[in-house]
Design a protein around this ligand. Structure first.
Ligand SMILES: *Cc1c(COP(=O)(O)O)cnc(C)c1O
Length: 215
């Protein structure tokens, strides 16, 4: 049962960890079940399904985007998106800022950091992330708020490797926090169905859970 699953995960992780339920590939009725159970924070990884679900579901849902976002699609989600967790370029940040300004909104952004030992296509290296945070353009973007980092560990059964990757993201987060003046920089998004307990042990305070919520 979806309601039981979600309540069980919430009890397990406690109040200091935010649960984002990943609703990708799920039927509207399943998401509704989670909503009726009281859950309000959901994530999709693609723009088109996100738009369809946004239209079909109650408007007090807090929507996150967790997949790669093309700059030409930002305008479609700018009216309602709460957090874009998958920011991987300054160009994208500038476009999010532009579209958010048109809507009179401020959109939360997490910088997606590439921590995995595999050939994933998206995410910033630590150097690229530093370049963005050091850039003079960033301070001009008043309609975005950089609220933290997101990372995905390697898809592997080797938990020691996953732990190393999670710890490297937490260490990097702490470094940025002390180096830059980022008042809203509070979120470390790491951990999914199979590894959220390990992620939390390594410092995560936002987990993205799909499979385990809907099983
Ligand atoms: C699908 C997805 C998740 C959820 O994965 P589960 O293993 O189903 O919990 C989390 N994060 C991202 C970026 C995803 O694409």
């Amino acid at each position: 049962m979806i309601a039981e699953n979600i309540n069980q995960i919430k009890q397990e992780v406690g109040h200091n960890v935010k649960l984002v339920v990943v609703s990708k590939f799920r039927a509207i009725a399943e998401i509704q079940e989670a909503y009726v159970a009281g859950h309000r924070v959901f994530a999709e990884n693609k723009v088109q399904p996100l738009l369809e679900r946004y239209e079909a579901l109650p408007k007090d849902i807090e929507w996150h985007l967790i997949g790669h976002l093309q700059t030409n699609k930002v305008k479609y989600i700018a009216p309602f998106i709460h957090t874009i967790q998958s920011v991987d370029s300054l160009k994208l940040l500038e476009e999010i800022n532009k579209q958010a300004a048109k809507e009179g909104r401020v959109i939360n952004c997490l910088l997606q950091i590439y921590i995995a030992q595999e050939d994933t296509k998206f995410g910033l290296s630590k150097e690229e992330c530093l370049a963005i945070l050091n850039s003079t353009q960033l301070s001009l973007l008043n309609n975005i708020r950089i609220t933290g980092l997101m990372g995905m560990a390697t898809f592997t059964k080797d938990l020691q490797q996953v732990e190393r990757e999670f710890r490297s993201l937490k260490t990097f987060f702490d470094e940025l926090k002390t180096t830059f003046n980022l008042p809203d920089f509070t979120t470390i998004s790491m951990g999914m169905s199979n590894d959220y307990n390990l992620a939390i042990a390594c410092g995560s305070n936002l987990i993205r859970v799909g499979t385990k919520a809907f099983q």
